[in-house]
Design a protein around this ligand. Structure first.
Ligand code: SF4
Length: 344
């Protein structure tokens, strides 16, 4: 039953949400916690894949993906409430009030005072990964005027618990329930295996989707008009991440690079034999009039990156050069995905 997808999800599916990981600290220790070892239990901040050292890093990443909103996550962001408040204010100040911010918390530290501060700072939406004992915090958030709901994994065999949550959310007038597909990650794989869960596809836990679907069908058949949204692991990988990288791509591409058919950054590396790459570049600019912004010496100093349009001319005058075509992900660290020797 999808009545209204939460605004936070809408933007996420467009790849328009910056994912701001405020801290890896969390006092709940769920056995299925998907956090990787560089984040879990570590008090670090990441804006998408970038380790944040200064506040400006958050803004720059937001600009790089043309962010229309931010999803604040962790760990539990409320363990670092002041830090979270600071980022909400920075983001709203820089990107404007319409920049939609949602936050994901386990609710342990969601006191009334904390919720008031979050609301005052400009938080738009809050999602609780609650237990039965603290789910009343969703109601507290609603009373304070926040858009509030629950976000939980679909654990195979726990349908009745999910149904109970649906009834509770309906009773208190919550805005939504998001059900995520339970996923295997390198960090939780042992715990999930120990509990008898099995893989279904590259990362999904077998039976998780079925559990979510059954709960949604049951809610429909009961006429429960709570918006329920199911987010599969493939939706996360194929849509959310892919869309975000495509948005990033058009902002980070350099004049001497190109966008490949598969949505990566493509570029030609020329490795000259007779001259150093820096000297080759200087001559191309001075003797052949190639604009300076159409080439660059590679970070390792071994080659010259040059735009496709000038490759033929370069090879005409420096015929003994080798050429390699590389493809990279448009992330901050630009993971190399392919290296194709064209001439050597
Ligand atoms: S609440 Fe979230 S971050 Fe904390 S342990 Fe559970 S899954 Fe991990």
């Amino acid at each position: 039953m999808v009545k209204h997808i939460p605004r936070g999800c809408e933007l996420c599916l467009k790849g328009a949400k910056l994912v701001l990981f405020v801290t890896g600290l969390c006092d709940r220790w769920c056995y299925y916690c998907p956090l990787g070892e560089t984040r879990k239990g570590r008090d670090v901040v990441y804006a998408d894949e970038i380790l944040v050292e200064k506040d400006i890093d958050v803004i720059l990443e937001g600009r790089a993906i043309d962010a229309e909103g931010t999803g604040i996550t962790g760990g539990d962001p409320l363990i670092r409430l002041n830090r979270t408040l600071k980022y909400i204010r920075i983001l709203k100040d820089f990107f404007g009030e319409e920049h939609h911010i949602h936050l994901y918390t386990n609710g342990m530290y969601a006191s009334r005072e904390a919720l008031i501060k979050l609301k005052e700072a400009g938080l738009d939406e809050i999602r609780f990964h609650v237990t039965e004992s603290n789910r009343h915090k969703i109601k507290d958030a609603k009373i304070l005027g926040l858009c509030a709901g629950a976000e939980v994994p679909a654990i195979p065999g726990e349908e009745s618990r999910l149904r109970d949550l649906v009834l509770y959310l309906k009773r208190i007038g919550a805005d939504f329930l998001n059900i995520n597909q339970l996923e295997f990650t390198p960090q939780n794989a042992y715990q999930l295996k120990e509990r008898g869960f099995e893989l279904d596809g590259p990362a999904a836990a077998k039976g998780s989707e079925e559990t979510a679907r059954k709960v949604i069908q049951w809610a429909e058949s009961e006429g429960i008009d709570l918006p329920i949204y199911y987010c599969s692991s493939s939706t996360k990988d194929n849509m959310q991440l892919k869309m975000r990288l495509l948005r990033r791509l058009k902002n980070v591409i350099r004049p001497y690079e190109e966008i490949t058919d598969d949505g990566l950054i493509g570029k030609f590396l020329v490795i000259p034999k007779a001259v150093l790459p820096g000297e080759l570049r200087r001559r191309l600019i001075l003797e052949f009039g190639i604009p300076h912004y159409m080439s660059r010496v590679s970070a390792d100093g071994q080659s010259l990156v040059i735009h496709r349009a000038f490759l033929e001319s370069v090879l005409k005058f420096f015929p003994d050069s080798s050429v390699v075509y590389v493809k990279e992900y448009p992330t901050a660290i630009r993971e190399r995905m392919a290296k194709i020797p064209l001439r050597y």
